[in-house]
Design a protein around this ligand. Sequence first.
Ligand SMILES: [Fe+2]
Ligand SMILES: [Fe+2]
Length: 646
Amino acid sequence: MRFALLHSPSLDLRSVAAALDAEDVTPRAISRPGDLDVADVPTALLLDPDARDRFPAEVLRRFATSGGAVVAIGAAGEHDVPNSFPDGVLAAFVPRPHGPRQLLVALRAAYREAAARSDVLRARQEAVSRTRELGELTRIGMALATERDYHTLLDLILTQARALTASDAGSLYLVEEREEGPPLLHFKHAQNFSRPDIPIVTSTLPLDRTSIAGYVATTGEPLVIDDAYELSPDVEFSINRSFDDKYRYRTQSLLTIPMKDHKEQVIGVLQLINRKRHGEAKLVHPQDFDAEVIRYSQRVVELVSALAGQAAVSIENSGLYEDIERLFEGFVRAAVTAIEQRDPTTFGHSGRVASMTVGLAEAVDRAGGPFRGITFTKEEIREIRYAGLLHDFGKVGVREQVLVKAKKLYPAELTLIEQRHAFIRRTAEREFHRRHAGYLAERGRDGGYEAFLTELRDAHERELAQLDRFLRLVGDANEPSLLAEGAFEELLDVAARTYEDPGGVPQPYLTGDEVRFLTIRKGSLDPAERLEIESHVTHTYKFLLQIPWTKELQSVPVIAYGHHEKLDGSGYPRRVTGGQIPIQTRMMTIADIFDALTASDRPYKRAVPRERALAIMEEEVEGGALDPDLAKMFVEAKAFEVTEER
Ligand SMILES: [Fe+2]
Ligand SMILES: [Fe+2]
């Protein structure tokens, strides 16, 4: 059929039947306006006067705007187009009576008009659908470009490709380069709309022409297959039907497209399975496949090729992004190792603080009550984690001996005092023997010798005892714990004594610096050393400011900077208060204090059990130093149990 001719049943076409047949015109009688449809070929309506009532002007106009043409036959005595036909509705008017050739001429004119109208209409529809497809592709491109999570990205590619083509299923393969051996094709992801229950089992294929995906990856060209079970015998690939047999699925039409990166290298293969007439149709029974599945058209191939290009770029970008992240992660770990190696007793501290703070943040994110409205995005959690991992990095700027200082004196200083003590003791012994010998030489063993010796020995032993007491006092005072009552004064007393150095110059038992260290009231650090330790916060901040953080991570320096500040201003180094300390920092402070208390023994203090640590923190909360709501949440959510670094 080249042309369709609609007419009312009453119209007699016998006079032109042969001519119509010769021109391949197929007539069809219709009686209802609902049957007035434009066919796939140029379509005309031949309207006789008796049928005018059934097809009013608006019905005819609708027919004309959908590409049909109307030829009206005049009523007897009607020499011109009657007013009941508005302008533009009729393609031709044939008055009555008329000859068969006159009718045929009018019909040909009508078909020319119908063909022209259809062309315009088709072009317009084409333009509309191209615009829609372009818009769709742009939207998909944007969605793919902004997705950074690798697995979400793969899923998104399949979802969009299936939606764009009304495909029932899809699979994604990626080329996997190997250090040894040829590259493989890795089956990474799949979707099946009708059978979401089918599990995804990833696997690898050789990158060669034996499979469809391998063939497309090797040739770099799209491949359309109308029926996967009816492959031509001369193709190199075969299809593995075990999947279909196992799940009672029927792979019928297939579109397999290579995904190429910006260098035109095939990085993977996108496979779409069973294009459907209706995207939402489910393929369950064999008849569903027969009724719904259609072949992939050239236009669809072009569309999916465009999408595959975008997908390849996105996968490549996502891989680069992951590489950068891995690189940075490795750098952070190396940095953390560097700090913890300088002070082995804090080993694992940074990782534990990071994971406890993240655990607390996630609990706050979920919680209502005082935390209603406080949420943390995935990126914000990452920001908290990096701040936690690097919060003590500034310790690299603190001298190691200060960092690990366990006693009030450094070991070398104590050794010096011990050697000095040995020297004074030896001098005293020498003096004892010198006097003894002097007495004997002068007076001999007669007379008061025994009494002299007893007195000399007693005095000598008293001196030795006093010297040993001095060394013990130094040893006791050297401990970072508080000194016993009176020991302080006694130490100062002894320190002021003098001995003669080898040059005969009098020297004090303890130097000014030694006395200053040994009289530190609490802990092992003097004020200057304490400031040096505290400076690690500022070093951390300055170091973190050097890193060009991305927009999502730009608060890492600020979060870490405040980790020793307290709400009541009693912290350091800036002594800021409440509102000036971000919530991320407050959480980190809690985790930091908890870990410092409970982690393994440090040289300057012993680890305390969890309950005791929580009690100490509770005191800090009551004193106004720590955030009460966060401290409560820390306990309730058992954030302290989240100590596995992730
Ligand atoms: Fe710190
Ligand atoms: Fe810390």
